[in-house]
Design a binder for this molecule. Structure first.
Ligand SMILES: [Zn+2]
Length: 81
């Protein structure tokens, strides 16, 4: 089983709607058993939805990159102790 921090990129793609079917299935299976990742997905999703509602367009790459960095940082603190 993969560690949570290995799902970061996948989760970002998943939220963007860019994950393929196999990745979606893998992530959803993991999310069922992992509250940490579920919270991350919910938080990111809300941010993405808020941004999209305001602008009616895809998140700018800068913001996406920022979110991914934030997420990575958080998870690294959490799991790489
Ligand atoms: Zn997880």
């Amino acid at each position: 089983m993969k560690k949570c921090d290995q799902y970061i990129q996948g989760i970002a793609d998943y939220i963007d709607g860019e994950a393929d079917a196999a990745l979606c299935a893998e992530l959803e299976a993991h999310l069922k058993g992992c509250q940490n990742c579920r919270i991350m997905v919910d938080t990111l999703r809300q941010t993405v939805v808020l941004c999209r509602d305001g602008k009616r367009e895809k998140l700018p790459e800068k913001i996406q990159a920022k979110l991914k960095d934030k997420l990575k940082e958080k998870w690294q603190k959490k799991f790489n102790k």
